[in-house]
Design a protein around this ligand. Sequence first.
Ligand SMILES: Cc1ncc(COP(=O)(O)O)c(C=O)c1O
Length: 410
Amino acid sequence: MTENLWSPQELREQFPILQREVNGQPLHYLDNAATTFSPIRVQEAIAEFENHFRSNVQRGMHQLGMEATDAFEAARQSIAAYLNASTAQEIVFTPGTTFAVNMVAYCFGQSLQSGDEIVVSVAEHHSNFVPWQRLRDQYGIIMRIIPVRSDGSLNLDNLEQLITHRCRLVAVTHISNVTGLITDLQMITTAAHQHGAVVFVDGAQAIPHGPVDVQSLNVDFYAFSAHKCYGPTGVGALWVRYELLEKLPPFLTGGGMIERVTIGETRYATAGERFQAGTPPVAQAIGMGAALQWLQELPWAHIHRYQERLSNRLIEGLAAIEGLRLQGESSVVGRVPIFSFDIANCHSHDICHILDELGVAVRGGHHCAQPLMDALGLVATTRASLAVFNNEEDISALLAGLGKAMELLQ
Ligand SMILES: Cc1ncc(COP(=O)(O)O)c(C=O)c1O
């Protein structure tokens, strides 16, 4: 699809699932931050593996095994290209973001000593919070917390006090799954690197919104899940700066990650290979590669302009609802199209239920970010999150549905 030929309708046609109805209504899917749909191209890439060269990778001495290995490694290349990694060897396939955080916490954690400090923001998804908290309890380290302002944005005013010479690692989200606000990573990496600390970034909500450049972001670890960026479930990627990856001890051990095994000892493989114990999720990885290649080819300038228009309409519509409080800035600047709101005297689960009856899928609850909810004095919010295939009708259906919910609940 070239820039000139791009149209939202053409893009929608690549997602057969958008044709289905829910509760007798056309589907308006606005829960993309949880999991989004995959385009035909991703499904075809997986089908090709399954129907033409399904076999194990990096082991087979036969044609199918070599074709599977080529497709698997091409997927790694696509991911590396999307992230602008300096080499595809920096890409480790994982089952998803949660796994990646746990893996880094385990591997990096082994070098921590009592008195060391890690810094985490209060706005993290539980996936990027609980593993560090457990590390704190296991190793007797100190966990410092970057607070948020009342709009949910990270408050970096006291970064110098938070990130000190004792800090070993800072873990932050690139984009909040609740507010959609983009983190100022530059301030954080500058402060962390000044003290020799490394920066782990949870990119789960950033990757779906356009290519990321891990080199210019100057981060050290970057993790995300394929199912949030138009790829399959059960797979994700962890990018680790090569010099760091080389030094990390393995997480899982077994076949595929060794150089030599004897009864007495095992010598592990180098860098990325050391983190690939057992048969990897080959079909899913190939699907993920196809998703990122598809994403890389999208005309992002057009899409961002189009999504800004939809977002402005949504923000305006939400502002007109009495008692509604939108989290994050009431503007499209510095955010992606993820919108969380609460409405006085209405529980988000009731709102979600009413919207679902009307074919509108959104998310309600604490969004696996209870420390953030506590900091903002919230119990739950309703969240609408847009993908590249959402259109004006989706926004209209959401706003009309909220009007109906207000009639029934208030
Ligand atoms: C910011 C963020 N981090 C991590 C995760 C966890 O991702 P997964 O469940 O794919 O491991 C999510 C999922 O919602 C998320 O939004």
